[in-house]
Ligand binder design. Structure first.
Ligand code: IVH
Length: 718
């Protein structure tokens, strides 16, 4: 050992401190994206590099170590804590179907695969598809020796210790003579009620909440501290076998009962169906019943009952042929319109929101749904007391899709449309469309009429003479200001943790915050005087606001709430200009030159920057040290540029074994290539995986260079 052991530890410079703060914020943000939203922005490798750099800095400067650093807490770079294990039999996924026709096609395919007559029925088992985390439980000589996550299907993480906390997993099972190994596969889930309790407790404690029970189950199984896992009431249902030398029953239905006899929890919600017709009838029943279970489900799994037939049908590289998932339709539910609330948005648009009797929809209780705008309200013709159908599509906020006219009683009352802004009382305006816009709509109407492509909603929209929005034009309207702050702090923008709508309203009511700039003046002492703040939560909020100062430029530009600048335009702008300074000095021409930025967006940006109060806001933010991190993609792109890809246009088709489409696309783009959807004369390279079809034929016809997966991987240097 050297003398260094006794030397005082080195002191970190300001730059070291800033770097550590930046790394922590970034890692937390990626954790949230990965664990809470299941929408990671960076690859595992890039994430690991951030964690490694932070660990190195913390190791070098003990003064910078912190008990709450993401390097010390589970859920942050700690997956390395689990050993990786190979699955003896790969854990495949399941093909999806969405309707009765697709189920019938699958049934017919099975019959062909098995060489059966077209009208011989096949027996199926219908199970609930649990929205949880797939695991494999391995028993050797009757003892539970290994529990693993699915991982990439061939290797997963060894989470045996965490699975030991689930009481319903048997520790030992009976072993028939001559047998040695049994692997049982199942789904770990977080029961809904327990999930809601835990999330409520986390919210009170100022901790991050989980987006849904599946994320909570996944996050919990990844914890390194088994004691915390033990406090969470995870549960499991088993449904399949992996490696096994046990004599198994000849049918899947029998197998499930056999698992139960061995002491495993199989789901009692299972049904043996004599034919695909019975399966389809079961899907109809479950569309209604699915919300009555104590856990989340996103569909059903239909399985060929005879296990010898399962084996005969075999598997593709991804999924067994003898099973399909039937996905439930996008959630719809019926409720009643109680009142209409008018919401003032950050651009001054005043929009109607339906307040309804609470109803279960896609796993949550909803009582508000958007009615979009005045046009939509008029089109729907909704009246107070009406029965409404609400739907949760891809969006988080449910929307009203129609009124159930047949349930009208005659007692329904018209909805009052406000004349004054519900927040500031200013007179609301509804702008007439200008002549150009009216002409454009008339042309579109004619075109669609000719093409016989006109539904009622589109016709209604194209025949309006005014903007669909009511507008509050008072720039000082407090509701607009609140909405702007909310937008700025939102996850997708500056991601200020702990600064949601309620807190913002609280801060505004206390007179502490009137605009974005005020956020950076907030002090812990001020927060401590407000209800609901304790020392820790006050400190956390001030720190979270401070952390936001170095968010990536794209988030900042989106967060400003410039009209027409959505997330993707903000990203395009950040990529093109790199830094805030260069964005701020851009001319309208330079803006227009950015790919993806059109006239409306460019004009809106110049307009925003021409306004004195916006200029002042930007200056004030910068005085406070808000310095968005420059966009690095420009520099990265330069570093990865590769002549085999750079400037060339690619089309992907067929199935790739080694990576997903999205990953392949990212690899190409990283190297300077572009990926489009269809083959044309402009295509330079077609990457054709297994079972490529019409695109390959077209490429061959056009003489486009074609790479198989091997050639593609070689070009990537793999
Ligand atoms: S059978 C080849 N049965 O859904 C995989 N899977 O989206 C055999 N899942 O990876 C799985 N409930 O994790 C089966 N009753 C059930 C299921 C189920 C949930 C999961 C499983 C699978 C995923 C596919």
């Amino acid at each position: 050992m050297s003398d260094d052991l006794f030397a005082p530890p080195p002191e970190p410079t300001d730059a070291d401190k800033a770097r550590v703060a930046h790394l922590r914020a970034e890692i937390e943000r990626h954790n949230a994206l990965y664990y809470d939203r299941a929408a990671p922005e960076v690859s595992d490798r890039e994430y690991d590099a951030l964690v490694a750099e932070l660990e190195a800095l913390e190791g070098r400067f003990p003064a910078l170590a912190a008990p709450d650093s993401p390097t010390r807490r589970p859920g942050g770079g700690l997956q390395e804590g689990f050993a990786s294990v190979a699955h003896a039999v790969p854990m495949l996924s399941i093909q999806n179907t969405y309707n009765a026709d697709e189920l019938r096609e699958w049934d017919a395919r099975n019959r062909r695969g098995l060489g059966l007559e077209p009208d011989t029925p096949i027996e199926y088992v219908v199970e609930v598809k649990i929205d949880g985390v797939a695991v494999s439980l391995r028993y050797e000589q009757g003892r539970f020796v290994l529990g693993a996550t699915r991982g990439d299907g061939t290797r997963g993480d060894d989470i045996t210790q965490n699975l030991h906390t689930i009481a319903r997993i048997p520790r030992t099972i009976a072993v028939p003579a001559g047998a040695r190994v049994l692997e049982v596969r199942g789904e770990v889930y977080y029961p809904r009620q327990a999930f809601e309790r835990m999330n409520a407790a986390r919210e009170v404690a100022g901790q991050k909440t989980f987006a849904n029970p599946r994320n909570a189950a996944a996050g919990t199984l990844k914890l390194l501290d088994t004691r915390i896992v033990a406090e969470r009431p995870l549960d499991i249902f088993v449904y399949a076998a992996g490696e096994s030398d046990y004599p198994l029953p000849p049918t899947h239905f029998g197998f499930l009962a056999w698992l139960e006899a061995l002491g495993f929890p199989a789901n009692p919600e299972r049904q043996l169906c004599a034919s695909i017709d019975e399966v389809i009838a079961a899907t109809e029943v479950w569309e209604q019943r699915r919300h009555t279970l104590g856990y989340d489900t996103d569909g059903l799994v239909v399985k060929v009952n005879r296990r010898d037939w399962q084996a005969e049908l075999g598997a593709t590289s991804k999924a067994p042929r003898a099973l399909v998932a039937y996905k439930f339709s996008a959630g719809q539910a019926q409720s009643r319109l109680l009142s209409v609330e008018w919401n003032v948005g950050r651009t001054g648009a005043v929009t109607p929101v339906a307040i309804m009797e609470p109803v279960r929809l896609a796993g949550t209780t909803v009582e508000r749904a958007t009615l979009h705008n005045l046009d939509e309200l008029e089109f729907l013709g909704a009246r107070l007391g009406d029965a409404l159908i609400v739907e949760k599509g891809g969006e988080i906020i449910p929307k009203v899709v129609r009124v159930v006219d047949s349930l009208r009683t005659g007692a329904e009352q018209p909805v009052d449309v406000p004349r004054a802004c519900p927040s500031c009382g200013a007179q609301l305006e509804r702008k007439p469309l200008d002549a150009d816009e009216l002409a454009r709509r008339a042309r579109e109407l004619a075109r669609r009429e000719q093409a016989n492509d006109l539904d009622d909603r589109t016709r209604f929209r194209l025949t309006r003479t005014h903007e669909p929005f009511l507008l509050c034009v008072n720039a000082a309207c407090p509701a607009q200001a609140l909405e702007r702050i909310e937008h700025y702090a939102a996850r997708r923008a500056m991601d200020i943790d702990g600064l949601g709508p309620e807190r913002i309203a609280l801060l505004a009511d206390a007179g502490l915050v009137r605009s974005i700039g005020d956020l950076y003046d907030l002090r812990e002492e001020q927060l401590l005087e407000l209800p609901g703040f304790q020392e820790k939560s006050a400190r956390n909020l001030v720190e979270a606001i401070d952390d936001s100062k170095t968010r990536p430029l794209a988030r900042f530009l989106f967060g400003l709430g410039i009209r027409h600048v959505g997330e993707s335009s903000a990203r395009d702008l950040a990529r093109a200009f790199g830094t805030l300074d260069s964005f701020l000095s851009a001319t309208e021409e330079q803006l227009l030159a950015v790919e993806g930025i059109g006239e409306t967006v460019a004009a809106s940006i110049t307009d925003f920057l021409a306004h004195e109060e916006n200029r002042a806001l930007l200056a004030r933010l910068r005085e406070h040290g808000v310095e968005p991190a420059p966009d690095e993609t420009a520099a990265l792109r330069e570093a990865h540029r590769d002549p085999a890809f750079d400037g060339r246009t690619f089309v992907l088709t067929g199935e790739l074994e080694a990576m997903t489409r999205d990953a392949a696309k990212a690899e190409i783009e990283k190297r300077g290539g572009k990926v489009t959807g269809s083959v044309s004369k402009k295509t330079n390279v077609l990457v054709a995986g297994a079972n490529a079809g019409s695109k390959l034929a077209k490429a061959t016809e056009l003489g486009v260079e074609t790479w198989d997966e091997e050639a593609f991987l070689r070009a990537l240097g793999r």
